[in-house]
Design a protein around this ligand. Structure first.
Ligand code: ATR
Length: 275
């Protein structure tokens, strides 16, 4: 089975390691290749992949939206989000999916089973593609009380409007969010702030959280971000970002092959690889 990833830059991607492990676990022959390409070569690369009958591939920055015109069909999440991270060749047709939000949710429930029991008050920090996917997945899960804080507050409001959540959700500035942290049970950091090499940066101060707060960061390099270190120092429960990467990959692999995988089997090896 020919699988792969298209994006730029992707030389350091962990996806080949994850998917080659998944092929091994399921005793399947195949290979997960990197189809790295710069913007002006994108159309040619997709046509090349179609001609080569690549059975399934992931899509990452900067092509999650640009891939849309090349697809024949979209699943609900991809259509709603206008972004695709997984493509499957199905009877000669390319179908687009988005497993980011469901992957995040699975990783969260895996570690903190009580995190999504209602009613929960959730704060999402950031308003980019990742925030949108997570917001969508939480709404689908039945969690309604979700606020969004962003450096550019208009973008937070746009996400809320696009998801028809304005009757309950509120758009906040980062400063406003910082002052209200005590009211949230779950805080999810979805921006790239804190990612290596800027690993000492944090988006806001967590001085307002309580010991019952779950603080989650989708950054996984480093695994324990400065944001999570501060949360831990304040006694809160923390949730690492690498689980989302693993779970969205497991969902993608299931879309391609029909085979589910127990994440706990792979998690330890994955954590070792990340350290
Ligand atoms: P992704 O698809 O990974 O979510 P994105 O769509 O580029 O990435 O979104 C990036 C998010 O990180 C945005 O919410 C962005 O805030 P703005 O909307 O104000 O641009 C946020 N972000 C990135 N760098 C930031 C920084 N240095 N400080 C605060 N927010 C930042």
């Amino acid at each position: 089975m020919k699988l792969g990833l298209i994006g730029y830059p992707i030389a350091h991607s962990l996806s080949p390691w994850i998917h080659n492990q998944l092929l091994d676990i399921h005793g399947m022959l195949g290979e997960y290749q990197l189809f790295e390409c710069e913007t002006d070569g994108f159309a040619d690369k997709i046509n090349e992949m179609k001609a080569d009958h690549i059975a399934g591939f992931n899509v990452t920055v900067p092509y999650k939206e640009r891939i849309l015109p090349y697809l024949d069909e979209l699943d609900d999440a991809a259509r709603f989000l206008g972004a695709v991270n997984t493509v499957k060749l199905d009877k000669g047709r390319y179908v687009g999916y988005n497993t980011d939000g469901t992957g995040y949710l699975a990783s969260l429930v895996d570690r903190h089973a009580d995190a999504v029991e209602s009613p929960k008050q959730v704060l999402i920090l950031g308003s980019g593609g990742a925030a949108r996917g997570i917001f969508y997945a939480l709404l689908k899960q039945g969690i309604k009380k979700i606020d969004l804080a962003n450096r550019t507050i208009e973008k937070a409001q746009q996400v809320i409007d696009d998801l028809s959540a304005s009757s309950i959700s509120q758009a906040l500035s980062l400063k406003e969010a910082e002052e209200k942290l005590v009211k949230y049970d779950l805080i999810i950091q979805t921006t790239s702030v804190g990612m290596s090499p800027n690993h000492e940066q944090t988006l806001l101060s967590l001085s307002g959280i309580t010991k019952d707060t779950i603080v989650s960061d989708i950054v996984y390099r480093p695994m324990k971000t400065a944001f999570l270190r501060e949360a831990e120092a304040r006694g809160a429960r923390i949730h690492y970002g690498h689980g989302m990467l693993l779970h969205q990959a497991i969902y993608a692999f299931q879309i391609w092959t029909g085979k589910p995988t127990d994440a706990s089997e792979m998690m330890k090896a994955f954590e070792k690889k990340l350290k």
